[in-house]
Design a protein around this ligand. Structure first.
Ligand code: LLP
Length: 424
């Protein structure tokens, strides 16, 4: 079931606080994260695997790179899945040591690879071309340099085609039928081969793709041992654990997943460590997005609730057609009246947050809450239509703190240059 929250005197409570008080103190739009939920989610998924075998959780930080949230996960003992030098530097800034960061790029430039090497973090190689580039950069230092490969497992999953990554012919990973050759080449170059990795996609809610991909990884781990005398330390089966976005949607049984996957690895291989890279699972339902109702319009064939959030603030509905549950936080659990489309201030007809939702008589000034906004919410936001990015707030046990201030027009203008000859 989707995580829901309590109401008190008709006001939604979050992290021990009234959402109306949070909105009054910080204004809207604002992303609000409950620290306790982030910690709980981390512990739940870590325990589900670590009670059976050595486990590393590599938080896929693309979901949410706020430094405060990274710091919380650092304290919990998480590792990191980083996809860019920017993410690597951000995680170092949040206190992760380089050995806890695994960089998995795609179409990585030589320059970026060099910078990543300089940070000392671990590298998961995505292609044969990247391997040769890395060998060039390292020269003699190839000997003993820890390495793993991302492979294309031929297993795809996810909430939509835009986020499926593991199918045959995907742009990610070493193609299935060349995996053994890639490992043989890495061995020849003297690398210290540590593991194998695949990621099937994001946000699916069945366990089958995880089982399928782990079968593929197990098969390669055993072939590497038998044919190339390569003994892997870890199998990393990527991220993709879904969370329920709809009230009645079932959640993925992580305890069952942990028991099943670890049993497969322990029974069928000599590999002693499992790694997984949840992004969404760790941060999604820890965060709500609070917005103000700015206008209510009867367009004849449709009723619209206009708000101060558009696809600049939360792009998932417009981009993926993703469902996000919405409610009026100041009329929480009130009897509902009619169906509305919830839309934003962006001048495109594709700008929407929710379609056909029954809401309790929305009025200008009401407080709209969007659920499950912690993963790929702020991190995919933009300044389109020259709207500066919004605030982020962290709550814990009834106290709220700002963890990102709103941007201003200065942020939008700062790096632009009007050539002298155009000025009068
Ligand atoms: N590992 C790799 C290699 C990935 O590419 C991703 C996500 C993850 C782990 C984490 O996946 P998660 O556990 O969060 O599902 N913007 C989209 C999701 C894109 C995910 C891209 N890769 C969305 O808003 O649904």
């Amino acid at each position: 079931m989707m995580r829901d929250f309590e109401g008190k005197n008709g006001v939604m409570q979050f992290g021990g606080m009234s959402t109306v008080d949070i909105a009054e103190e910080f204004g809207t739009p604002v992303y609000v994260t409950d620290e306790n939920i982030v910690r709980e989610s981390y512990r739940r998924v870590y325990n589900a695997f670590s009670r059976f075998m050595d486990t590393e959780i590599h938080y896929a930080c693309k979901a949410n790179t706020n430094l405060a949230i990274l710091t919380i996960l650092e304290q919990e003992g998480s590792h990191i899945d980083a996809v860019s030098i920017g993410e690597v530097l951000t995680c170092l800034k949040a206190g992760f040591t380089p050995d806890r960061i695994l960089y998995t790029g795609v179409n990585v430039s030589r320059d970026e690879l060099r910078q990543v090497v300089d940070t000392g973090c671990r590298i998961n190689v995505d292609s044969e071309g990247e391997l040769e580039k890395l060998a060039d950069i390292l020269g003699d230092r190839c000997k003993g340099f820890p390495l793993s490969f991302r492979i294309t497992p031929g297993v795809a999953s996810g909430h939509g085609t835009k986020v499926m990554t593991g199918g045959k012919g995907a742009k990610f990973g070493v193609p299935y039928d060349r995996v053994m050759d890639a490992y043989a080449r890495a061995k020849e170059l003297g690398f210290d081969i540590k593991g194998i990795h695949a990621h099937t996609g994001s946000g699916g809610n069945t366990v089958d793709p995880f089982i399928d991909v782990v079968e593929v990884l197990i098969d390669f781990a055993n072939r590497l041992r038998d044919e190339l005398d390569i003994h892997l330390e870890f199998i990393d089966f990527g991220g993709g654990l879904g969370v329920p976005y709809k009230p009645q949607e079932e959640e993925c049984d992580v305890e069952d997943l942990g028991a099943t996957i670890t049993d497969m690895i322990l029974e069928e291989t000599d590999v002693k460590k499992v790694c997984l890279e949840p992004g969404r699972y760790l941060v999604c339902d820890s965060t709500i997005l609070l917005a103000s109702v700015t206008d209510v319009k009867d367009a004849g064939t449709k009723l619209y609730v206009g708000t101060d959030i558009g696809f600049n603030t939360l792009i998932r509905p417009a981009f993926y057609d993703s469902y996000h549950h919405v409610a009026l936080a100041n009329k929480f659990n009130k009897a509902c009246t009619a169906k509305y489309d919830v839309v934003g201030p962006i001048c495109e007809s594709g700008d929407y947050i929710a379609h056909d939702r029954i809401l309790p008589d929305p009025q200008e000034g009401d407080l709209l809450v969007v659920y499950n906004a912690g993963a790929y919410g702020f991190s995919m936001s933009s300044t389109y239509n020259s709207r500066p990015k919004c605030k982020e707030v962290l709550v814990k046990d009834g106290k709220a703190e700002l963890i990102r201030d709103a941007e201003t027009m200065e942020n939008i203008w700062r790096h632009q240059i009007v050539p002298e000859r155009l000025r009068r």
